[in-house]
Design a protein around this ligand. Structure first.
Ligand code: ZN
Length: 250
């Protein structure tokens, strides 16, 4: 699959509408093409945003019923309203569409919100296309060197098997338009993705978020940003984050 073909498939890829083999080909190309990474990041934002905002288009019908129910019942006015309703409905829809597109440009979610969407989408995609690991190993000394030459930083890879979070493997991924290390751990049947990339930000204590039924914990320490996501219970994921933090500090 060449660059042009991948570019054309990116919207479908962002919406997770491709078959597994196509998705894998696109993913493979993405790993080595900065242009496509950039375009993909933009697609993801638009598609996530559209899905979220599209729900608002349901409002006019609902609103129409409520307004109709509240209308005075004397025949002449009711007739007047029923004649004009079409125009009113169209005006309302146009107004909402305008508000929606204005919101799209002037009320963009924060970078952190966008990244949370991306992290959750990446986690879900890694499970959907059965592409959890590029290197499958429970040995940190196999997984860590696997990233050599693939990233311009060395992610810390810690062993948490004794704590009940065995390492499953590692994977290259893309978040916020940059290549990141993804480490995969498991707690019972729950896969955990731990994303790591370098950061110039100051240290930030762990913060928990709940998104689409997944929990996300993120923190920054010593020049690295960590985001971990799983369907684990919040306290278990926070425990996991705490253990990663203390192991990385050792
Ligand atoms: Zn490309």
């Amino acid at each position: 699959m060449d660059h042009q073909e991948v570019l054309e498939l990116l919207p479908a890829y962002a919406d997770q509408e491709l078959g597994i083999s196509e998705a894998l080909e696109v993913q493979r190309h993405l790993e080595s093409c900065a242009d496509c990474q950039h375009e993909y990041a933009a697609q993801r934002i638009v598609s996530a945003r559209f899905k979220k905002e599209a729900e608002y288009f349901d409002a006019p019908a609902h609103l129409a019923q409520r307004i109709n129910a509240a209308l005075p019942q004397d025949p002449p006015r009711a007739k007047l309203w029923s004649i004009n309703w079409r125009n009113l409905g169209a005006a309302l829809a146009a107004g909402l569409a305008l508000a929606w597109s204005a919101g799209l440009y002037f009320n963009l979610p924060s970078d952190q919100d966008k990244l949370t969407d991306e992290v959750v989408a990446s986690h879900v995609r890694s499970l959907q296309v059965d592409h959890l690991s590029d290197v499958a190993s429970t040995d940190q000394h196999t997984v860590k060197p696997w990233f050599n030459g693939k990233l311009n930083f060395a992610p810390p890879v810690v062993d948490l098997a004794p704590q009940g979070f065995p390492l499953i493997g590692g994977r290259l991924d893309y978040l916020g338009g940059r290549p990141v290390a993804a480490l995969i751990y498991r707690r019972a049947q729950h896969p955990i993705n731990l994303y790591i990339w370098p950061s110039n930000d100051r240290d930030v204590a762990p913060q928990l978020q709940n998104k689409q039924g997944y929990h996300v914990v993120r923190w920054t320490w010593d020049g690295m940003t960590y985001w971990t996501v799983s369907d684990l219970a919040a306290n278990e994921l926070e425990n996991f984050a705490g253990m990663v933090r203390s192991k990385v500090r050792q």
